[in-house]
Design a protein around this ligand. Structure first.
Ligand SMILES: [Zn+2]
Ligand SMILES: [Zn+2]
Length: 396
């Protein structure tokens, strides 16, 4: 940076001295990914790091969850900052020196970066001591479909560590590095899973008149399910229904007695979620009558929509500006889901997308790609955002 002294550079990025260590930590976590509720090594590193800073630390919350508490001054205000720790059950195909050493487990969602950034924020806030109140650093297990946030809440998270507000971020490859977005209202969708079983007596393929045909019933049903979004949901609203698995039959000459259909529904609005579940059940009932099969529907609403409160979304965007990020309101939510939603059902708060797309070098891979690797160039801005959002939330 010609014409700028080293001291100016350090002023411009006050956490620059923390970065080499955070990059080493992030890559170590990447090399040692752990699945949902098995984040023993990661939780151990988190607990030890927070204790070194002099924080009060509790471990084993909701399984492998860890919370560190940092109290300063006399204010009774409290804020929670959350990172998720788990990796995905998938094979990593990247070939960097710190690639996964655990076969079939990969930090394909960048949670290694989330853990490193929240530890960085604890280090920065613990040494600057420039806030008044309590910051709770919440490291949760099992975000990837296993509801670790809900488990921590059920284990008394907010009674043991009261939080007036909660904030979290996710690294976001679709946005360029140096930028961040969030929005008031829904930012991530509710995720539901349906499992439909269609049963008949089964029979000989050459005697279709002697049984009901579960395969044909299933194929008709799949076609009908895909009319729900286009015909039963207001066109100005957004929703997704995808059938993702069909199984039934073993042979060319047997009509099977059972066919299973599995899929997912994603919505932002609970009324639309209700309408889609009702429509699925209606259609399955209709198929049962018209094909003479028996049916069973299991419908599991496993993650609610992630809904930001307006004031906290504004705090999150302001903090992004203070952290030197190009901050803007997201035009719409994403259809992926997030179990921070459970925390936002209990507390006001907001969830931020931290731009991750590289401006130089290889293009950013999508989340959950076998080549995914968190972009270490955004660690510093992420740490700065976490610190800024905590200071702002406690100041209001
Ligand atoms: Zn993920
Ligand atoms: Zn994730």
């Amino acid at each position: 940076m010609p014409g700028k002294s080293m001291s100016t550079m350090i002023d411009a990025d006050p956490i620059a001295d923390l970065l080499p260590d955070l990059i080493t930590l992030r890559r170590d976590l990447h090399a040692h990914p752990e699945l949902a509720y098995a984040e023993e090594r990661t939780a151990g590193i988190v607990g030890a790091s927070l204790r070194l800073l002099g924080l009060e630390v509790e471990e084993g919350i909701g399984g492998t969850g860890v919370v560190g508490r940092l109290c300063l001054g006399s204010s009774t205000k409290t804020v929670g900052l959350r990172a998720d720790m788990d990796a995905l059950p998938m094979v990593e195909l990247g070939r960097m020196p710190y690639q996964s050493r655990h076969p079939g487990v990969h930090h394909g969602c960048g949670h290694d970066g989330h853990v490193a950034m929240l530890i960085g924020a604890a280090r920065e806030l613990a040494r600057r001591r420039d806030f008044d109140g309590t910051v709770n650093f919440i490291f949760q297990p099992a975000e990837e479909g296993k509801g670790g946030a809900r488990k921590m809440i059920e284990d008394g998270l907010f009674e043991r560590f009261p939080c007036d507000r909660v904030f979290a971020l996710h690294n976001w490859p679709e946005l360029p590095e140096g930028s961040a977005q969030t929005r008031p209202g829904a930012i991530m969708a509710a995720a539901d899973r349906f499992d439909i079983t269609i049963r008949s007596q089964g029979g000989h393929a050459a005697q279709p008149q002697r049984t009901s045909d579960a395969i044909l019933a299933a194929s008709q049903l799949i076609g009908q399910l895909h009319t729900i979004i286009s015909r039963r949901v207001d066109p100005v609203e957004s929703a997704v229904l995808s059938v993702t698995r069909v199984s039934g039959g073993h042979s060319h000459n047997v009509l099977p007695a059972e066919v299973l259909i599995t899929g997912t529904v994603r919505t932002f609005d609970p009324a639309i979620q209700d309408a889609i579940e009702t429509a699925i059940r209606d259609m399955v009932q209709g198929i049962a009558i018209s094909f003479g099969v028996s049916t069973e529907v299991q419908y599991d609403r496993y993650y609610p929509a992630t809904v930001n409160t307006p004031e906290e979304a504004a705090i999150a965007l302001h903090a992004a500006e203070l952290a030197g990020l190009k901050a803007s309101e997201a035009p719409q939510g994403a259809f992926t889901s997030e179990d921070f939603a459970f925390m936002l059902q209990k507390k006001p708060g907001a969830y931020l997308w931290l731009g991750q797309g590289r401006t130089h070098g290889s293009a950013a891979q999508p989340l959950h790609s076998p080549h995914y690797d968190f972009n270490d160039d955004v660690l510093g801005r992420g740490v700065s955002w976490l610190c800024a959002v905590a200071r702002l939330a406690l100041h209001r």
